[in-house]
Write a protein of this length. Structure first.
Ligand SMILES: C=CC1=C(C)c2cc3[nH]c(cc4nc(cc5[nH]c(cc1n2)c(C)c5CCC(=O)O)C(CCC(=O)O)=C4C)c(C)c3C=C
Ligand SMILES: [Fe+2]
Ligand SMILES: [Fe+2]
Length: 340
């Protein structure tokens, strides 16, 4: 029996090169000019992003990054590199890292793998997103595929699908949350990165299900394959079942809204200011849409979010860290590689 010579690419979102405003500006321009993130015709997008959003956002984001930046760089990059190293301990195939924005680009990762093994026959791409969204999973995959075609690489590219319902992901996530449920708490919120409602309509393959039918995400539909909201709600439901969280002690919410469009609701930022008046004083927050801690968990939730919650009368907000390099999570990725 001959075995295929494989390599692995872990792919995440990416961070600016530094907290300097010019680096953050370059990163935001690349990110927000992505048509799967700001889905507008090119000229309108250019005017909005370069004329309005980035000039105002870059200094604010640079400051936000400066509050979480480490000696080794952005937490997202540092933790992604740690995940790469931990996975490399578990598998014999070479493991490289790629980012959708900034560096390392997918072609850099492909070249790195080929340098280690010029006879490489297959690369397994692991987009580090549990849930499908145009602005996360799809854009990463399309970018990696484009780099594969443009670079005329001869190896086969195999792509791991969104893993929101995969037992190994759910087991690792539950295991990473479990210790935090031992402490006294009033409520746990599962906070997912938000997306515009328009994106949910766009990915509805039926054209008439998502956000149009009552309880759309709970009624069986072929739309769920691409429905970010369904997939987030599914992950929440599984966590609640597996961790036996009482029905009155949990909720879900969506964070990181940008602009004035309607995004998935409820908004985390609003809920944080409402919880204390509902009797929630000790709050836990888990962020299952992120596999590695990043600006959105460390600054938006544990920084600004905690401040808003306390100012509204809350006592404590505990951010449950992402899976990061949890041994079960590393093993989960290693076994997906074997399966594919
Ligand atoms: C979990 C998946 C993600 C989805 C879906 C997503 C959608 C989305 N994001 C923006 C705008 C921004 N997001 C930013 C940071 C950021 N986003 C994700 C993941 C998803 N985004 C991560 C992991 C991060 C953190 C990166 C890091 O370096 O730590 C930012 C940059 C920071 C800021 O200025 O707030 C922007 C901008 C939109 C518009 C969108 C859906 C359309
Ligand atoms: Fe984002
Ligand atoms: Fe749905």
């Amino acid at each position: 029996m001959t075995t295929t010579k494989k390599g692995i690419v872990l792919m995440n979102l990416g961070s600016p090169d530094s907290t300097k405003v010019k680096d953050v500006r370059r990163y935001l321009n690349e990110f927000l000019m992505d048509e799967r993130v700001i889905d507008m015709p090119y000229l309108s997008r250019l005017l909005l992003v370069k004329g309005l959003i980035v000039p105002f956002r870059a200094p604010k984001s640079a400051h936000a990054y400066s509050t979480i930046w480490t000696k080794e760089g952005s937490p997202l990059m540092v933790l992604s590199k740690q995940l790469q190293a931990a996975l490399q301990q578990q598998v014999t195939e070479p493991v490289a890292l790629a980012m959708r924005y900034g560096t390392p680009a997918p072609w850099t990762a492909y070249d790195e793998l080929l340098e280690k093994d010029p006879d490489l026959e297959e690369v397994v791409l692991v987009p580090l997103y549990p849930h499908y969204a145009l602005s996360s999973y799809e854009t990463a995959v399309e970018y990696a595929k484009e780099a594969h075609v443009k670079g005329k690489y001869s190896f086969k590219l195999t792509i791991i699908p969104p893993f929101y319902d995969n037992t190994l992901y759910l087991d690792s996530l539950a295991e990473s949350i479990k210790p935090y449920l031992q402490q006294e708490y009033d409520h746990i919120v599962f906070s997912y990165h938000g997306i515009p409602e328009r994106h949910v309509h766009k990915t509805d393959v039926t054209g008439h299900h998502c956000l149009k039918v009552d309880n759309c995400c709970e009624i069986n539909s072929e739309a769920h394959k691409y429905c970010y909201r369904h997939q987030c709600l599914f992950t929440t439901k599984k966590m609640v079942e597996m961790l036996q969280i009482p029905a009155n002690k949990y909720s879900y919410a969506f964070q990181s809204r940008l602009g004035r469009d309607e995004w998935l609701k409820p908004y985390t930022a609003k809920r944080l200011t409402e919880f204390p008046s509902e009797g929630v004083k000790k709050l836990l927050i888990a962020c299952p849409a992120f596999v590695s801690d990043c600006l959105e968990t460390l600054e938006e939730i544990a920084g600004q979010g905690r401040e808003a919650f306390i100012a509204a009368g809350g006592e404590s907000l505990t951010l449950i860290p992402c899976m990061n390099v949890h041994p079960m999570w590393v093993k989960a990725i290693a076994s997906w590689i074997k399966e594919y």
